[in-house]
Design a protein around this ligand. Structure first.
Ligand code: PNS
Length: 163
């Protein structure tokens, strides 16, 4: 039986932590879908089309990785795609409570779906999309923390203090 995993999230924007989880997940599962939630935040920095375009470019060389969007319940999307595993990255203990709640709620909604938590490489454990946006907007360096394309797109948004 082949395992189709879904890595859901806002990905606003993709960070090297996400890239690391996908690299690890791509080794474990036959196929993995990066599923970007439409309207995850009321005011995302990148539109859904921009997030999809960036993710497709970043993962273009990984043949078993697909980028898609979803709205509504994640478990309903999983059922439509006939996927059986949810992948979520766990960075620190602080992530755990929310992730634990989501995993158990998803398990209650669809008991046959499993959530698998994966740890990124240590150097990415403090990165989040929210911090990347904040640091960049205030003129800090995010080099090495996000793919080059994301850095370029952040610059194009013109929100850096010293861009
Ligand atoms: O990157 P994020 O913002 O932490 O991802 C959160 C996400 C998209 C995984 C979560 O909000 C989600 O699954 N939303 C879809 C709606 C849903 O199924 N909600 C119930 C989850 S228990």
């Amino acid at each position: 039986m082949s395992t189709l995993a879904v890595y859901p999230g806002s990905f606003d924007p993709v960070t090297n932590g996400h890239v690391d989880i996908i690299a690890r997940g791509g080794q474990l599962f036959d196929r993995i879908i990066v599923a970007i939630l439409i309207n995850a935040e009321k005011a995302p920095l990148f539109t859904i089309d921009e997030r999809v375009e960036i993710a497709r470019a970043v993962f273009k060389n990984q043949r078993n990785v697909e980028v898609d969007t979803f709205d509504g319940l994640l478990v309903d999307y999983m059922e439509r795609r006939q996927a059986n595993v949810i992948v979520r990255g766990l960075r620190a203990v602080s992530d755990f409570e929310f992730e634990f709640q989501m995993a158990l709620m998803n398990q209650r909604l669809k008991p046959q779906i499993e959530t698998v938590f994966m740890m990124p490489a240590e150097q990415y454990t403090y990165i989040s999309s929210r911090l990347i946006k904040e640091v960049f907007a205030l003129g800090g360096r995010v080099q090495g923390l996000v793919p080059e394309l994301v850095e370029q797109r952040l610059r194009e948004k013109g929100l850096a203090k010293n861009a």
